[in-house]
Design a protein around this ligand. Structure first.
Ligand code: PGA
Ligand code: ZN
Length: 431
């Protein structure tokens, strides 16, 4: 008889649930012999990078208009379940390697990145549950106590909203606080002032929100949104550029025309060099802490040129450029393209691969930002992952919509659990 091991995986089961856009997604439940349970749900992007691991959908138009994920669910219930049962849930690295091997493709398209990511995270949670420690502590050990700086996307544009804003995300970054909970309060106050501002200028229907909970007003120009943020920060009684910074996610692939090699932004067509000058101009005018994906996802060179031009003034962040993929992160570093990095577990597919990328980035002086997806769920895992891996930032939307507040509320719980021992990342790093 084999010795009893409470961490041994006894079952892996998947089912189809819904994400915040009403699209089907994969939930995986892992149980251990000691009675531990881990439940995780795969999120889904709208402005996905070309080099991301691939979520698979059934494409049967009679089911959820082609969006169902029953094949991915079935892959978990058959192939993955069989491969993982009996393994020690603490052996995350080995389990993730096995998932990669049984998938056997470069982009996880056979089993589906949605099946794999939900499994990988459910294993992590099941092991933590078996150990009876919070997930962040299981990941980061007793030292884990740094709460990330939230980057809150409070005006939505691009493919996340039905307005004309070219830039996808207009964020506020409340750094002038002693605690995470204070930072969140400041952000909420600004969010409410912004609501009034938008309502008075654009009418009541303009305060409807986009996919990530930010307002999606009928604005047309980048500077219209930046001005609105500046006014709201001041209106709430804070100083832009010291208490609170701005940040942008251009998601520029979405407004890039490859045939013409032009960017369609603010009703203008810009060459890459003109766009570069434009970014420099707006960083001179506004206190912008970081710009994510300022150029399309292949252009390591212009990223690097911009990073050089804005050195010490603004962090250039890779998302679609780097897709949480070690090879692409190394290429971005070799080119000098980025000072910051978006980390999305489902872009690469397993926790281990994402954690390795975080470690590599942190070792090389790159700021890491754990991030949600525009299609997300009530799963709060990324809050724990940010604290567990001590990433200085988290990006998880506006302080509205349940799938966004799930993460913020979990960070409040972690702060409370740490009972005065939590450190707000803004107190640790140089902004
Ligand atoms: P996505 O967008 O989740 O729709 O891909 C988020 C982002 O670009 O950061
Ligand atoms: Zn992005």
């Amino acid at each position: 008889m084999e010795e009893f091991n409470p961490y041994r995986i006894s079952n892996v089961r998947a089912l189809q649930v819904l994400d915040s856009r009403g699209d089907p997604t994969v939930e995986v439940v892992v149980t251990t012999e000691g009675g531990g349970i881990g439940r995780a749900i795969a999120p889904s992007g709208a402005s996905k990078g070309k080099y991301e691991a691939l979520e698979i959908r059934d494409g049967d138009l009679k089911l959820y208009r082609g969006r169902s994920v029953l094949r991915a669910v079935n892959n978990v219930n058959s192939i993955i379940s069989q491969a993982l049962r009996g393994m020690d849930s603490r052996n995350q690295r080995l389990i993730d390697r096995r998932l990669i091997e049984i998938d056997g493709t470069q982009n996880k398209s056979r089993l589906g990145a949605n099946a794999i990511v939900a499994t990988s995270l459910a294993v992590l949670k099941a092991a933590a549950d078996t150990a009876e420690v919070p997930l962040f502590e299981y990941i980061g050990g007793v030292q884990a106590r740094v709460l990330p700086i939230p980057m809150l996307n409070i005006i939505n544009g691009g493919v996340h909203a039905g307005n004309e804003l070219s830039i996808q995300e207009f964020m506020i970054v409340p750094v002038g606080a002693d605690k995470f909970s204070e930072a969140l309060r400041i952000a909420v106050e600004i969010y409410k002032v912004l609501r009034q501002y938008i309502k008075s200028r654009y009418g009541a229907s303009a305060v409807n929100v986009g996919d990530e909970g930010g307002y999606a007003p009928p604005m047309k120009y980048t500077e219209e949104a930046l001005e609105a943020l500046m006014k709201s920060i001041e209106g709430a009684g804070y100083r832009a550029g010291s208490d609170v910074y701005l940040a942008l996610d251009a998601a520029a692939t979405q407004f890039y025309n490859e045939d013409k090699n032009r960017y369609l932004i603010d009703r203008r067509e810009l060459t890459p060099d003109e766009l570069l000058d434009y970014w420099v101009q707006i960083v001179e005018k506004y206190p912008i802490l970081s710009i994510e994906d300022p150029f399309y996802e292949e252009d390591f060179k212009h990223f690097a040129e911009l990073a050089t031009r804005l050195k010490g003034k603004c962090i250039i962040v890779g998302d679609d450029l780097t897709v949480t993929n070690m090879g692409r992160v190394k290429a971005a570093l070799a080119h000098g393209s980025i000072g910051g990095l978006i980390v999305k577990i489902n872009q690469v597919g397993t926790f281990t691969e994402a954690a390795d990328v975080v470690k590599y980035a942190q070792t090389n002086g790159i700021r890491t930002i754990v991030s949600h997806r525009s299609g997300d769920t009530e799963d709060p895992a990324i809050a724990h992952i940010a604290v567990g891996l001590s990433t200085p930032f988290i990006k998880t939307g506006a302080p509205a919509r349940g799938e966004r507040t799930a993460k913020y509320n979990e960070l409040l719980r972690i702060e409370d659990y740490l009972a005065g021992e939590a450190i707000y990342a803004a107190k640790l790093i140089k902004i």
